[in-house]
Design a protein around this ligand. Structure first.
Ligand code: SF4
Length: 395
């Protein structure tokens, strides 16, 4: 990959490319693109979001010369891009999609610039694919987006976030708050790893707006005070924690108990799958984590690491995710019932649907694991019943 020092002193016509948006599409706006737009507009430049590569690639890349500078930001490494574009002197690029650590930091005055929340307006207007644009593009339309803190000390193997050794202050909410927008999305990596987390919650309270930490919250760092403040906050949607490794079961259970002491709120936990292993032990670990999560009236959300594809049980990984990630299935059906329901809708008579096949194949090889988990019911868990009662009393 080409490495090039980025220049920010060029003025005139500036083209911005959100590479992920132009390739597979993404539901999240690119914060760097929004900050660059805000910065260059303030400098009097003509700023344009390039909505289609042909604008610059036609006629042997002639279009690139129409711009004084083009900045390309890419978050995902699987996003495809024509690398010839990157070779031009006036084209600069960055982001975790190009460099594992994200590459060079933005200069301070850009990093801390108010994002231009309207740079995507014309792209959204021109979108003819999605009928309900207000829902599909809600992250672009309804939310102020930013970081109160950055960094994380944990350095989990599967996470791109390895640049910093600790969580540190990044910006006050008002730096990037658009009072016109109804909500706030924070992209902080580990808010509870920040010693002054309470000050961030106080600032959020002052805005009177609903907010959400999009990367999830580290339940391992929960304390009585944190649980109380989080439960009382104007939080948008479910609280999301993570339960990545079964070895942490004792700590996670202790924290789930603590959380439920204060909160009856809808709570989800990401369950990383296919990373620690791809064999039957990993399948068992995923089911065991699901069991612990539902025991406390919370919902699992299965995240599949790409290594799950190497597994002889990859079909089962997919079916577990389908069962869990649509709460209406998990809340009403055991895993076995979910697979049977799929079989009932299977069109080719005399054959097994992929769910039933995955279940049968695994059960045949590992009957003890299947017996322990395939018939577990969410609505029979003690906490689920208790939560229902607590919620009724609160109404
Ligand atoms: S705790 Fe979260 S943000 Fe921190 S390294 Fe692990 S996955 Fe990444």
């Amino acid at each position: 990959m080409l490495v090039k020092k980025t220049r920010y002193d060029l003025r005139g016509k500036i083209g911005l490319i959100d590479a992920d948006l132009l390739d597979n599409g993404t539901r999240h706006p690119n914060l760097v693109i929004m900050k660059l737009s805000g910065y260059f507009k303030e400098k009097g430049c003509e700023v344009e979001l390039i909505e289609n590569y042909t604008i610059i690639t036609n006629n042997n890349y002639e279009g690139i010369k129409d711009y004084d500078a083009i900045y390309i930001s890419k978050v995902f490494d699987f996003t495809e891009i024509d690398e010839n574009i990157l070779k031009f002197d006036n084209v600069f690029f960055g982001g975790t999609g190009f460099y594992f650590d994200g590459g060079e930091d933005l200069p301070y005055e850009i990093e801390h610039h108010m994002p231009d929340y309207h740079i995507y307006d014309s792209f959204i207007e021109n979108d003819t694919k999605h009928k309900n644009k207000n829902v599909y593009w809600k992250d672009y339309i309804d939310y102020s987006i930013g970081f109160a803190t950055r960094g994380c000390f944990r350095k989990c193997e599967f996470c791109v976030n390895k640049k910093y050794d600790k969580v540190h202050f990044h910006s006050h909410i008002k730096e990037w708050l658009d009072p016109e927008r109804k909500g706030i999305y924070l992209w902080d990596d580990n808010i509870f790893g920040y010693s002054k987390w309470k000050e961030v919650f106080d600032e959020l309270k002052e805005t009177k707006k609903k907010f959400q930490f999009r990367q999830g919250i580290d339940i391992r760092l929960l304390t009585d005070e944190k649980a109380k403040v989080l439960n009382e906050a104007k939080y948008n949607g479910d609280i999301i924690f993570a339960f990545d490794h079964i070895e942490e079961r004792e700590l996670i259970e202790e924290k789930l108990k603590l959380w439920r002491k204060y909160s009856t709120k809808g709570t989800k936990l990401y369950v990383l799958s296919g990373f620690d292993g791809q064999d039957e032990k990993e399948i068992e670990s995923v089911f065991e984590r699901i069991l612990i999560i539902i025991k406390y009236g919370c919902l699992p959300y299965i995240m599949r690491h790409k290594d799950y594809e190497k597994s002889p049980y990859r079909g089962l990984f997919v079916q577990i995710a389908r069962w869990c990630n649509m709460p209406q299935f998990l809340k009403k059906m055991t895993f076995r019932e979910f697979c049977e329901a799929n079989q009932a809708h299977h069109k080719t008579k005399g054959t097994l649907c992929s769910s039933m096949k995955a279940l049968n194949d695994f059960e045949e090889k590992f009957p003890e694991i299947a017996a322990k988990y395939f018939d577990v019911r969410y609505d029979e868990q003690e906490y689920v019943k208790e939560l229902k009662e607590r919620r009724k009393i609160m109404k």
